[in-house]
Design a protein around this ligand. Structure first.
Ligand SMILES: Nc1ccn([C@@H]2O[C@H](COP(=O)(O)OP(=O)(O)OP(=O)(O)O)[C@@H](O)[C@H]2O)c(=O)n1
Ligand SMILES: C[C@](O)(CO)[C@H](O)COP(=O)(O)O
Length: 384
């Protein structure tokens, strides 16, 4: 089943105010939009993501998204409803079965909420995450209370709202020109039933300056923790004409011996990431006894470690690698390694450091018997 997401980010954020629309304001060390998009990008069931942006925001968007791999953005419209339709139309050629429609302004949703919404849409056709209204509701006229509203059956609607793609696309085309504030209202308009699933308090919409401060507080205290992990690996030399280090093939008078491609640098990085989330080591995930990994390119291992970090709600803050050998010379290949590692991990290259040292001809690396590598990974993990 193919699942896609439309993230609407074309609003002006007038209620927050200021020059920069709220989705491009900083939260932690990234923008609000980056946090939102990353949640969907990390989700294993989401195949395609399209973001609807304002035509004036192209530069802000490119800067916010950086190297994250998404479909090209589409221009939204004057209302949220129009922006959603622009996003849906861009997905027609992808023909997803289910589409999730989400506000860029809700960056703190959990992976579980996305999964729950998809599951509800799969079993019941459509899904609305929502929370029951807890406060007493008052009707106010001219600053005076004119009545108390019965809150029985009243729920606060959140996003992502999930639908059968063809049905909601048709719904939006039919409702074009109205100004409905969410996609469930579109579904109601064309008579599509929508099932409720549990929303979450942390998934509030950043609507005011106070909401932004609250989100900042949640990112900065308690909700996110810095974790570090370290990795160390050694491979011996054998007959050969090149080594693979940091994903880069380097001509050499020997090669490294190993069950996989023996990329000692990527192995150390993989273990560092696994260490940061206490998820065992490379041997647990890719046992050398399993023939499946014979000759395997080590980017497979590193990518899996990145996936596990992201599954845990983590984000890599930095990677620091040290390669220990007399030869080959690492310096000429250092930048290529940084770029390759960054690409494998979906990071900016300036978050990746590659260093090298010799052991002054001492020990096994000094005698040229093999190469050692050690790495430290720093990861920001949300929740406990
Ligand atoms: N023409 C619009 C209006 C809104 N949105 C998006 O819809 C989401 C929810 O809307 P809201 O919180 O109302 O955002 P803004 O319209 O930006 O806020 P304001 O009403 O304060 O200007 C936001 O992610 C916003 O970027 C959109 O894509 N296109
Ligand atoms: C879609 C939404 O976030 C659901 O709560 C909400 O309807 C958007 O509302 P707004 O009026 O555009 O702020």
């Amino acid at each position: 089943m193919k699942v896609a997401a439309v993230i609407v980010a074309a609003g002006r954020g007038q209620r927050v105010g200021g020059e920069t629309p709220k989705q491009y304001l900083t939260l932690g060390d990234k923008t609000v939009l980056y946090h939102t998009v990353k949640k969907f990008l990390n989700h294993p069931q989401i195949d395609r993501i399209v973001v609807a942006i304002h035509p004036d925001d192209v530069m802000l968007y490119n800067k916010a998204i950086g190297i994250l791999k998404l479909m090209p953005p589409v221009y939204g419209g004057e209302t949220r409803q129009q922006s959603v339709l622009c996003g849906l139309e861009a997905l027609v050629s992808e023909a997803p079965d289910i589409v999730l429609i989400h506000d860029a302004a809700r960056p703190l949703l959990s992976e579980e909420l996305i999964s729950r919404t998809i599951e509800t849409a799969k079993t019941k056709g459509s899904a609305l995450p929502a929370l029951p209204v807890a406060d007493t509701l008052k009707r106010v006229e001219n600053d005076l209370v004119s009545g108390t509203v019965d809150r029985t059956n009243l729920w606060r609607a959140q996003t992502p709202q999930a639908f059968n793609f063809t049905e909601i696309l048709e719904g939006h085309r039919t409702a074009r020109g109205m100004n409905l504030t969410d996609d469930v209202a579109v579904a109601e308009f064309v008579g599509l039933p929508v099932a409720i699933t549990d929303g979450e308090e942390r998934n509030f919409k950043i609507t005011s300056k106070e909401d932004l401060e609250k989100a900042e507080l949640m990112i900065g205290t308690g909700q996110f923790r810095i974790r570090t992990g370290q990795g160390f690996d050694v491979h011996a030399f054998e007959e050969g004409d090149a080594v693979i280090l940091g994903g880069v093939k380097i001509p050499h008078s020997r090669k490294l011996k190993g069950h996989s491609d023996a990329d000692v640098a990527l192995h150390a990085l993989t273990d560092a990431l696994l260490g940061a989330i206490a998820a065992g080591d490379i041997g647990d995930h890719f046992p050398p006894s399993d023939d499946k990994w014979k000759g395997a390119p080590s980017d497979t291992f590193l990518k899996e470690a990145v996936r596990l970090v992201e599954k845990k709600g983590g984000e890599i803050s930095s990677l620091d690698l040290t390669i220990i050998c007399e030869a080959p010379k690492i310096g000429p290949h250092r930048e290529a390694m940084r770029r390759t590692i960054a690409e494998i991990c979906g990071l900016d290259a300036d978050l990746v450091s590659v260093k090298a040292t010799t052991t002054e001809k001492l020990g096994f690396t000094g005698r040229g018997e093999g190469i050692a590598a050690q790495a430290i990974a720093t990861v920001m993990v949300s929740g406990k």
